[in-house]
Design a protein around this ligand. Structure first.
Ligand SMILES: [Zn+2]
Length: 325
């Protein structure tokens, strides 16, 4: 086995680790428990040991690892590789990039988890072949990453691409971020389920009602399933989510003119119907000044986008150091 890249997707409960060749082909992957309560140093040691074991298992050695990358929840100081105050992690002001780099003895790239997954889709997934792409994750929240001219955009403070907090409704629903009317407050998985719940509580008839009474709550997945079975409320909620996302695509197009918008995250399990409707509302709402060839697609790497992008950003470090050297 020749030179290898390590990609680390650092979550609050699990850390996923992938081992890649220099063409960014996944060789093998593993995962370890984060155990954030044991501190950052122990977590880094666990990640490094698991990475070396992974490489060893596929016929390499610790020296085979030529670069690595790690994505963590934000916010962070990406310039200096420091976790400032990551969501759901107790680490504060932790120089994670340097710690991992010292332990693995190779250059390590660091970025937030959404940017890292965005880079994965851009280099090896649904964003392949374009220069300008926007990545939108639909989960508990709505996150994203932006590739413009082949580069990840960070903004002046490193926190650009907070796509979910673009306001689409004046004085609209209160978002978890403190603003009113954010896309996230309408179209994330949690808020999609919440809107359905509110409608039920307001007395709308739906097959979801029995589920709510039984489980005390409903999920976004329940909404999709009941829509498939022909429930009118689930149909309307799905439609409203798609409309919000279509509107989001219009705004994104005007700011950055991407060739492609890639949707990812748990919510894309809704399938083609969601994609078709986002497209429908995009086409309906976009200006008529010119025809927009924007492609709207789903992620192709799924859960592997994070480790792939992290390894890919590690590979970028190698490229830039070889150019400098
Ligand atoms: Zn918001």
């Amino acid at each position: 086995m020749g030179q290898m890249l390590i990609g680390v997707d650092f979550g609050a409960t699990n850390v996923k680790i992938g081992c890649f060749d220099l063409q960014l082909q996944l060789i093998d992957h593993t995962s370890v428990t984060t155990h954030a309560d044991q501190g950052a140093e122990a977590a880094v040691e666990r990640i490094a040991a698991a990475s070396e074991q992974l490489v060893h298992d596929v016929g390499g050695s610790a020296e085979s690892i030529v670069a690595a990358g790690i994505g963590t929840p934000g916010p962070a100081d990406y310039q200096n590789g420091i976790i400032i105050n990551a969501a759901n992690l107790p680490f504060r002001n932790t120089p994670i990039r340097q710690m991992l780099s010292t332990r693995l003895n190779c250059p390590v790239a660091f970025d937030n988890d959404a940017n890292v997954a965005c880079w994965g889709e851009f280099t090896a997934g649904a964003g392949k072949g374009v220069s300008d792409m926007i990545f939108v994750t639909l989960g508990t929240g709505v996150g994203g990453g932006i590739i413009s001219g082949g580069r990840l955009i960070h903004g002046c403070g490193g926190n650009s691409a907070e796509i979910g907090h673009i306001i689409i409704v004046p004085d609209g629903r209160l978002c978890g971020c403190g603003q009113h009317g954010c896309v996230e407050a309408y179209a994330s998985a949690s808020w999609t389920a919440e809107r359905a719940k509110e409608a039920l509580e307001a007395g709308e008839a739906s097959s979801l009602e029995a589920l709510l009474n039984r489980n005390g709550g409903i999920t976004c997945e329940d909404v999709w399933q009941h829509r498939q079975k022909g429930d009118a409320l689930a149909e309307r909620i799905t439609d409203e989510t798609a409309r919000a996302l279509g509107m989001l695509c219009v705004s994104l197009l005007h700011v950055l003119e991407p060739c492609r918008i890639v949707f990812a995250g748990g919510m894309i399990a809704a399938g083609q119907v969601l994609l078709d409707r986002i497209r429908h509302y995009f086409d309906e709402q976009i200006w008529t000044m010119k025809k927009e060839p924007l492609e709207i697609v789903f992620s192709s790497l799924g859960e592997d986008a994070g480790i792939t992008g992290a390894a890919g950003l590690g590979r970028e470090l190698l490229k830039s150091s070889s150019l400098q050297g």
